[in-house]
Design a binder for this molecule. Structure first.
Ligand code: CA
Ligand code: CA
Ligand code: CA
Length: 402
């Protein structure tokens, strides 16, 4: 029992809701594609294939509950009439509603406990789905049924439980994983194929729902298909999980972890044409730089400025971000209204274009203040270049107001 509860508390069996696993795990999931969580499913060519065990949330789970089973699941201690059936399950996992106290007609039927004729009352799961093609989707489920009282479930969509998606029924294929799209009806308890569906009116995000009809049902996979001629076989089509493309990573201002404003050297600053030497835009690096091929441009300061145009004064840390260069240690100056408030020198580096951050703490900027950055182009003479020496260009990429 101890092991069972320990595992239950770490949501191995009971994920409620799945996406609300510990915040830490959730955060890691966002950062690392290796850690998976339910991101929902996409329709692809009129088909949505869902691993039943990969649900987003479970509610109404106080009397009966969907549990997840895979090869690592330890034995459970709930009422049940058969063993686990991981073998042959798609994705090596499935879900089952336990306890199962009505496995055959000799055991009492208790509405609202081991039988739920109405959908949405017990063991409600959700699956986020994204649909491009609206229309009628036939519902297929893959279940493992051993007795006559563990083979029904209800489906719903977007908070509603339409008549057309109630009472998925499995009569055929006992003692094995079996597909069905049959709805149990008064005149035909076993139903006929393609009598279970949802009509999706609009493209976009929807929520497929699943709830209990009979306890003990084991469900492996769910397929929604627009195609009437589609017949799932074996473990069925590969799950159509939503897998977002990788996001671009931060490549600039990498050490600026928080800021109020970020002023880009090439976009936000105006180059001062009256300075000793001019800046040019180094587009590839997004930097202002000095063309030190001209010897007369070396060791003199270029300048670019920006007006602080906020309505109120603000006190900020000013962080100047420069690019270090192997062939020289350029100098930098920050001024407000021509008054020097900070001067720095790039460190010697073995890595060209490595970002360096110089911070001037607690600077009060008033509306209309002119913030200027100056730098020079130098050579450290350590790197021969043809008949002269290589040189740095006084590059900087911006100023963060923190
Ligand atoms: Ca069972
Ligand atoms: Ca049952
Ligand atoms: Ca499965």
């Amino acid at each position: 029992m101890g092991a069972w509860f320990a595992c239950a508390s770490c949501s191995l069996f009971y994920t409620y809701p799945n996406i609300m696993k510990t915040p830490l795990l959730f955060c890691l999931s966002l950062l690392s594609p290796a850690v998976s969580f339910s991101q929902g499913y996409l329709e692809k060519d009129g088909l949505i294939s869902i691993e039943a065990e990969d649900f987003a949330s479970q509610t109404q789970a106080d009397l009966r509950r969907w549990f997840r089973f895979d090869a690592s699941t330890p034995p459970h201690s709930y009422a049940d009439a058969d063993d686990v059936h991981v073998e042959g399950a798609s994705g090596g996992a499935y879900i089952e509603i336990l306890p199962d106290t009505r496995t055959n007609h000799d055991e009492p039927l208790i509405k609202g406990v081991n039988f739920s004729p109405e959908p949405g009352q017990m063991c409600v799961l959700t699956y986020p789905i994204w649909v491009d093609q609206p229309g009628r989707y036939y519902i297929w489920g893959r279940a493992f049924s051993t007795g006559p009282e563990d083979n029904g479930a209800h489906f719903g969509l977007d908070g509603a439980w339409p008549e057309s998606s109630r009472r998925l029924q499995f009569c055929q294929g006992k003692e094995q994983w079996t597909w069905s799209s049959a709805q149990r009806r008064p005149e035909n308890h076993c139903g006929t194929p393609l009598t279970l569906w949802v009509d999706i009116a609009e493209a976009g995000q929807h929520t497929l729902m699943l709830s209990m009809r009979e306890d003990g049902i084991e469900l492996d996979k769910i397929v929604l298909s627009r195609d009437e001629s589609f017949r799932p076989e074996g473990v069925g089509p590969e799950a159509t999980r939503y897998e977002p493309a990788p996001l671009p990573e931060r490549t600039r201002f990498v050490d600026i972890k928080n800021y109020r404003y970020l002023w880009h050297a090439t976009e936000d600053f105006e180059i001062d044409s009256s300075a000793a030497v001019p800046y040019y835009l180094h587009q590839q690096k997004g930097a202002l730089a000095i063309d030190a091929t001209k010897l007369e441009y070396r060791n003199k300061f270029a300048r670019a400025s920006k007006v602080f145009s906020r309505k109120k004064a603000q006190t900020v840390d000013l962080a100047l971000v420069t690019l270090a260069e192997t062939d020289g240690e350029s100098e930098y100056r920050v001024l407000i209204n021509d008054k020097l408030i900070g001067s720095f020198k790039n460190p010697e580096t073995s890595e060209d274009y490595k970002e360096v951050t110089f911070t001037i703490p607690q600077v009060t900027l008033n509306p209309g203040d002119v913030v200027s950055v100056e730098s020079n182009a130098v050579t450290n003479g350590k790197i021969p270049e043809g008949d002269g020496t290589a040189f740095a260009r006084g590059r900087w990429i911006g100023l963060a107001l923190q």
